[in-house]
Design a protein around this ligand. Structure first.
Ligand code: NAD
Length: 295
């Protein structure tokens, strides 16, 4: 049962690998304090515990048994967690990936807030950009969430590019089934696709402190593009720095990170967090972060 008093206590957690530097505990706990809630957010690091990604089910059951309200789930457990859940939201079922589990009346229900997180960030940060043709780099977990968000926001045609061609194909096929045959393609060559594109979205890990560099040859960028990145550690990736230098409109990964957290918080507590306050808090955390390595 969801605690219904404003002073109710919530224990939630994050299950994933290398999550020591994650901003999530601080983001959630500070917002809860602002709202007058007692709220503890624990890290459950499978690497530190020596648990394989497939062991996520046991960690989930333990959290449920010990009174957790729910957990966030991150790399590399977003897919492996699915088989351990009683039910899935329709977004999570479409993506086959879960980043939020809520324990409700003995059930464990999976949600995906990455998708609406990107949607809200895009609508806020790039509300009036051209959306006829957009290139997406990366067809992994984040890429799938971003692709569904982009097409449901009205981007007309998405070109899906991944160094693993099979991943790009699988995602494009699933997008065509859901949104229509002309909405998603796998282009033959990125260099031929980008000159006619309005926008570029990076959903690869390249640009993170642990994966430095740019996910494509930067000379392919041009000043008619808008450029969005899902990487947020650091907020200014090499890709965004170059795009800004060219005069492109840009969107960093911070908004998606904050909005997915805000949506999870709402699922855990039933309370609406103040998103602008969370964005300000996130900016402070990003400024203070020593060596950014994980979500
Ligand atoms: P993943 O490993 O599941 O997928 C990454 C995909 O990118 C893979 O398919 C890989 O083949 C492809 N790829 C790698 N380099 C490429 C390149 N140069 N060109 C084309 N394709 C390339 O990873 P993921 O879980 O999807 O995460 C990707 C990034 O998204 C991570 O940096 C993660 O931190 C970030 N992320 C951010 C948020 C947020 O809230 N801002 C949410 C989720 C994930």
């Amino acid at each position: 049962m969801r605690p219904d008093s404003e002073t109710a206590s919530y224990v939630v957690g994050l299950i994933g690998a290398d999550i020591g530097p994650s901003f999530s505990p601080s983001l959630h706990e500070r917002e809860a304090t602002e709202l007058g809630l007692r709220y503890v957010y624990e890290r459950i690091d499978i690497k530190e515990l020596g648990v394989a990604p497939e062991g996520v089910g046991e960690l989930l059951r333990r959290a449920q048994r010990t009174g957790f309200r729910g957990v966030n789930v991150t790399h590399p457990c977003k897919q492996t967690v699915v088989e351990h859940l009683s039910d899935l939201s329709s977004d999570a079922a479409t993506l086959g990936a879960v980043n939020t589990v809520v324990f409700e009346d003995g059930n464990a229900v999976g949600h995906n807030t990455d998708w609406p997180g990107f949607q809200q960030s895009f609508a806020r940060g790039l509300p009036d950009v051209a959306t006829s043709r957009v290139v997406l780099l990366g067809a992994g977990g984040a890429g799938a969430a971003v692709a569904h968000a982009a097409l449901s926001l009205g981007i007309e045609r998405l070109s899906v590019v991944d160094t693993d061609l099979n991943r790009a194909d699988v995602l494009a096929r699933s997008l065509r089934r859901r949104y229509g045959d002309d909405r998603a393609v796998v282009p033959a060559r990125l260099s031929a696709e980008l000159p006619r594109a309005d926008g570029l979205i990076n959903a690869t890990p390249t640009g993170m402190a642990t994966h430095p560099g740019a996910p494509l040859p930067l000379e392919l960028l041009h000043d008619r593009l808008w450029v969005a990145d899902v990487v947020y550690r650091p907020l200014e990736t090499e890709l965004l720095r170059h795009a800004r230098h060219l005069g492109c409109r840009t969107l960093d990964g911070g908004g998606m990170a904050v909005f997915q957290a805000a949506l999870s918080f709402e699922l855990f507590t039933g309370r609406k967090p103040d998103r602008e306050r969370m964005l300000r808090h996130f900016a402070l955390l990003a400024e203070d972060a020593p060596s950014p390595v994980a979500r």
